[in-house]
Design a binder for this molecule. Structure first.
Ligand code: ATP
Ligand code: MG
Length: 268
């Protein structure tokens, strides 16, 4: 059984509540299906407005779709009872692009990482402190940082803190929505290698949402391309990327390949 199965999702946002009758806008997602296997990373690519983040929210249980199903470990996310849903939410975490607005600026790093742990686990003060220290070390930060506030960190360091919070409950799937997009190239490479390392040591699965085909290629096992709310191309093996005939995929690949055909390898 796949870890995650998204089956025929169609979704439109509700238009302004100022209208007497709530109306639905045109569909943002139309008949979207995909699956993610245990320990695998699916890279979800597409132009701005294609519906990638909306699909991410549907998968996280944050935006109930009008039609279709989200099965997580075989359980229907939107029809599970409260207890099952709480358990599913623990296994499903998210890291967003904007690392600063993802955290409460008035909370210390310790409080930020403690939040999910306190919601789901009963830990003594000492156990909590030790767990937070271990998590900070796991993401390459000094545990002494735990008393500091978000504004005292760089974007890359803060994204490591967001990752520490996301892995605190040992989830099964993390939705990474443009999680490295606002970082400089060097920091991006460091965070990508941290994510790869966590994936293999914890058996994590990722939905890696991005515009950046290089980043997606570097971390993903399989790839899916979205256009206007639909999955237009799906590759179970990312090595099929150069042989795709789809115009949107070719144009994305073309934008990062070398000018000279002799140098056209994605590894380069
Ligand atoms: N909360 C919302 N209410 C109404 N419309 C929305 C809402 N969120 C997104 N949309 C619309 O849904 C469409 C898809 O948006 P979405 O954010 O899913 O795209 P995206 O592929 O993630 O884009 P980007 O790459 O720019 O992040 C867009 O037309 C957007 O304007
Ligand atoms: Mg988005």
């Amino acid at each position: 059984m796949s870890l995650l199965q998204v089956i025929d999702i169609t979704h439109a946002y509700a238009s302004s509540r100022l209208f007497r009758r709530m109306q639905r806008q045109t569909a943002v997602l139309s008949g979207v299906s995909l699956s993610i296997e245990h320990g695998q990373c699916l890279g979800l690519l597409g132009t701005s407005g294609a519906g990638k983040s909306t699909l991410g929210k549907v998968i996280l249980g944050l935006e109930k779709p009008q039609k279709g199903q989200v099965l997580f470990q075989g359980i229907d996310l939107y029809h599970a009872d409260t207890t099952a849903r709480k358990r599913l939410r623990r296994d499903l975490q998210v890291v967003f692009q904007d690392c600063y607005s993802s955290v409460n600026p008035r909370m210390t790093v310790e409080q930020i990482i403690a939040e999910p742990l306190q919601n789901y686990e009963i830990l003594s003060t000492q156990e909590l402190k030790r767990t937070i220290g271990e998590l900070l070390e796991r993401v390459g930060l000094n545990p002494d940082h735990s008393r500091k506030y978000p504004h005292q960190f760089s974007g890359g360091q803060l994204q490591r803190i967001n990752i520490a919070r996301a892995i605190a409950l040992k989830p099964k799937l993390i939705v990474l929505d443009e999680a490295v997009s606002s970082l400089d190239m060097v920091t991006q490479a460091h965070i990508l290698s941290l994510l790869k390392e966590l994936k293999s040591s914890f058996g994590l699965s990722y939905l890696f949402i991005t515009h950046d085909i290089k980043a997606a290629y570097s971390i993903s096992d399989s790839l899916a391309f979205m256009e206007k709310g639909e999955i237009v191309e799906r590759m179970d093996d990312k090595s099929q990327l150069l042989s795709s005939n789809h115009a949107a995929v070719k144009s994305l690949v073309g934008s990062v390949l070398s000018e000279h055909p002799r140098n056209r390898t994605l590894k380069a």
